[in-house]
Design a protein around this ligand. Structure first.
Ligand SMILES: [Zn+2]
Length: 277
């Protein structure tokens, strides 16, 4: 089984054009071709025609059991009241996490503004995914996206589980240390390339992921994700295929860790009702 814990349905070509239905069709097709059973769709921190809101995505996937949503929050417009609507989606088993975008937006994960969001995550037992490392847009500010800043939020919120996205690339060692040290921190390997991996870079990155596991990051804290459509699902499968780690660790990374962390087997989830898990 494969769970891709990090995909998007934004229109990266043209932010002014709404393409949610087309993106979902293409995503379903790409998942089938790459043996992906379940995908977590991360909504953006901004809503525009090309970046559908959490509500729009939740409504669009209501009858598609192979999807869940991780709700992106906007640093500037976030109000604790926004969490009321999200609570319904969380109870329905559709929203399974929150996503913050430091770097794309100017804040550190420990910013006091997120206190209600962290309380919400603790109460509902859902993880908070944090963008980290390189920003796809040159307008991002990298200092906010350094994985070391997740440490403070993780220490101050021991009852919240965090996911450092993109293994903090290129600050992979710092990410390793934050995950190694904090039992409530996980990391995903998504977004390590644009499109397909270039051969030499793929070898380099595979070594980094292997080193991370060798360093002492337990395999149950690493999640499979691609960042599709920014990265190619085909190329990511090849990347994983040649990763020199025990088969049981690969199974954890491919699916078991995400199933447990996002509680994808919850009774109220559409997937469970249809008997697929
Ligand atoms: Zn992403």
């Amino acid at each position: 089984m494969i769970v891709d814990c990090h995909v998007h349905v934004n229109n990266y070509q043209d932010e002014t054009v709404f393409v949610l239905d087309r993106s979902l069709d293409l995503l379903q097709h790409t998942m089938r071709r790459n043996r992906v059973d379940l995908a977590m769709i991360l909504t953006s921190y901004v809503v525009s025609p090309g970046r559908p809101s959490t509500r729009q995505v939740v409504e669009a996937i209501r009858d598609l059991p192979q999807f869940r949503v991780v709700a992106g929050l906007d640093y500037f417009s976030f109000r604790p009241e926004d969490l009321v609507e999200l609570a319904d989606y969380v109870r329905a088993g559709i929203v399974r996490g929150l996503k913050l975008y430091p770097g794309y937006q100017p804040f550190y994960p420990s910013d006091a503004r997120w206190e209600p969001a962290y309380q919400f995550a603790a109460e509902h037992q859902i993880p908070v995914m944090i963008h980290s490392g390189d920003t796809y847009s040159p307008r991002g500010k990298l200092k906010y996206a350094h994985p070391l800043h997740v440490d403070e939020a993780a220490v101050d919120h021991p009852d919240v589980r965090f996911v450092i996205c993109h293994i903090g690339n290129p600050w992979i060692r710092d990410c390793m240390e934050v995950v190694y040290k904090n039992p409530n921190v996980y990391t995903d390997i998504s977004g390590l390339t644009l499109g397909d991996f270039e051969d030499r870079f793929e070898v380099y990155m595979r070594r980094q992921v292997q080193d991370m596991l060798l360093y002492g990051v337990e395999p149950h804290r690493v999640l499979y994700g691609t960042d599709w459509p920014i990265a190619s699902m085909e190329s990511y499968l090849d990347f994983m295929e040649e990763l020199a780690i025990p088969a049981r660790d690969k199974r954890k990374i491919f699916a078991e860790n995400a199933l447990a962390l996002f509680q994808l087997e919850a009774r109220n989830s559409p997937l469970h009702r249809r008997g697929r898990v």
